[in-house]
Design a protein around this ligand. Structure first.
Ligand SMILES: [Zn+2]
Ligand SMILES: [Zn+2]
Length: 387
């Protein structure tokens, strides 16, 4: 039986290996688990709808028409920041192509030499020096790359994410290099909105109670009780979270680094990213350059499928002798833009190998101070091994 190869063009997002969902032909990218994200949407939209239905008409009439206008503007800003955080690429690093992965494995084996049977091989770490700091690039066993500094592998999305902060189920996405500032603006504006609604709920109840009595007011506007409850419980968590991220931004630190204690405790390593100036740190994190996505999700690639010529079988049900896998894909343009040295390693610093196919894009190295947390190297690798 003979077979013919059919080549068709597909978008690259269709072949990305992480645990993401895509909408609008790859324009929208999220984590697969979205239940909590829908709850976030429901709580924000629901509470605001109740506020506009029960309080705004009374407050606009008796206090100021600016109250609902400002609430509407704030609500729109919160939603824009939420959707921008949730629907964007957080800074996912592409995995190594098979031939690149083979090359890097060969390099590691050559550098490590023969490890006697029963002995644990040395951890896969590369030391580079950037801005007078020794930086450890850790190997990701899933993505087959040496991660750029500050990157980490998200086990939920199954991707390495650049400047990984944390995975946030409330926004249904990782928070990383490309969406951190929008995440922060979301928490900040949501704090303001919650305080705003909570305050005017109280004002509304007080004003009505003067005329009608407290119990009658609650009967007339049953939504108010629900709003006050939701706002009260949201207030503590969201305002607390905003305060925590304000503190992190002022130190130019990520949640991941804070949890690991990368720049404190036993390591006694100073944060090399910090400018030692709160204003400069805030400017860099919130107003620094925006980075393009390196995934090229909407780029086209060719997919070769073997189809049996005798029967009109679907591509996945047959294969040619030269192509044992039913769905073999061949990229015409690699997913990784280019490969280059991961470091501007200075002489005298031990670097096991000279070259790495780490898909690090240029902006990493332009970031002024670069270093990697020294903690958890073993733990991280052990975790990665479990993939
Ligand atoms: Zn990874
Ligand atoms: Zn994630």
């Amino acid at each position: 039986m003979s077979a013919v190869m059919i080549t068709r063009k597909v978008r690259k997002w269709e072949k990305l290996p992480g645990k993401n969902t895509f909408c609008c032909d790859g324009r929208v990218m999220m984590a697969r688990q979205k239940g909590v994200f829908y709850l976030t949407l429901f709580l924000i939209v629901g509470t605001c709808a109740l506020f506009f239905a029960f309080e705004c008409p009374y407050l606009a009439l008796h206090l100021s028409p600016a109250i609902p206008v400002f609430a509407a503007l704030l609500f729109l800003f919160v939603m824009a920041m939420l959707l921008r955080t949730s629907f964007s690429d957080p800074g996912v690093l592409p995995r190594a192509l098979p031939e690149e992965a083979t090359f890097i494995e060969m390099e590691i084996e050559a550098a490590n030499g023969n490890v006697p049977a029963g002995q644990r091989p040395p951890p896969r770490i590369r030391n580079v020096q950037i801005n007078n700091q020794i930086v450890k690039l850790k190997y990701c066993y899933t993505c087959k790359i040496f991660r750029p500094p500050r990157a980490s592998h998200c086990s939920i999305c199954d991707n390495c994410v650049d400047r990984f902060d944390h995975h946030c189920p409330w926004v249904g996405n990782c928070v990383g290099k490309r969406n951190y500032r929008y995440f922060y603006l979301f928490t900040l504006s949501l704090s303001l909105l919650t305080i705003y609604i909570f305050t005017f709920d109280i004002v509304h109840v007080v004003m009505r109670s003067v005329d009608n009595g407290f119990l009658n007011t609650l009967k007339q506007t049953p939504g108010t009780v629900l709003e006050v409850l939701v706002c009260f419980f949201t207030l503590w968590s969201v305002v607390g979270l905003t305060g925590f991220h304000t503190y992190l931004i002022s130190l130019n630190q990520t949640t991941n680094e804070d949890i690991k204690g990368s720049w404190s405790g036993k390591n006694r390593v100073q944060n090399p990213y910090s400018h030692k100036n709160i204003i400069k740190n805030c400017c860099e994190v919130l107003c620094g350059p925006t980075y393009p996505s390196v995934l090229d999700r909407r780029g086209l690639m060719q997919e070769d499928s073997a189809v049996s010529a005798a029967g009109a079988a679907p591509p996945s049900s047959s294969s040619s002798s030269s192509n044992p896998e039913p769905q073999t894909t061949k990229t015409t343009a690699p997913l990784i833009p280019n490969e280059h040295t991961p470091d501007e390693a200075k002489p005298g610093v031990p670097v096991p190998a000279e070259k790495s196919p780490s898909p690090k894009e240029e902006p990493h190295e332009k970031l002024p101070p670069l270093a990697s947390p020294e903690t958890d190297a073993e733990a991280s690798i052990a975790k990665d091994k479990s993939h």
